[in-house]
Write a protein that binds this ligand. Structure first.
Ligand SMILES: [Zn+2]
Length: 108
């Protein structure tokens, strides 16, 4: 499998699933699992019981929202130049290999 084309800090768009069409910033990448965590996307609600602490607070349980990682095959990088979800190409730049947008040729 070739290297991941999605990097931390990228903006990506979800191509399938319940969050299809949503965009978010990549906050974490899990190369071994080909998954990335995207801010504000693929949130699940969980009921959590908060254990009482010695200082008193935190007695109540509650629903927390948690983001789950998404498979990179369901994501497309959003090009910062043209603002569209795009395929990522590679080109040689002054600093070595660069990622470029296949639609507008802009650097990603
Ligand atoms: Zn572009």
């Amino acid at each position: 499998m070739p290297g991941l084309k999605i990097k931390k800090g990228d903006t990506v768009e979800v191509l399938s699933g319940k969050d299809r069409g949503k965009q978010g910033r990549v906050v974490n990448v899990y190369p071994n699992r080909a998954r990335v965590m995207v801010e504000g996307v693929n949130q699940v609600k969980r009921h959590e019981t908060v254990r009482p602490t010695k200082s008193g607070g935190g007695m109540q349980g509650g629903i927390i929202t948690k983001e789950m990682p998404l498979d990179i095959s369901n994501l497309a990088v959003v090009c910062p130049s043209c603002g569209k979800p795009t395929r990522v190409g590679h080109a040689m730049g002054p600093d070595g290999k660069e990622r470029v947008c296949k639609q507008c040729g802009g650097k990603i």
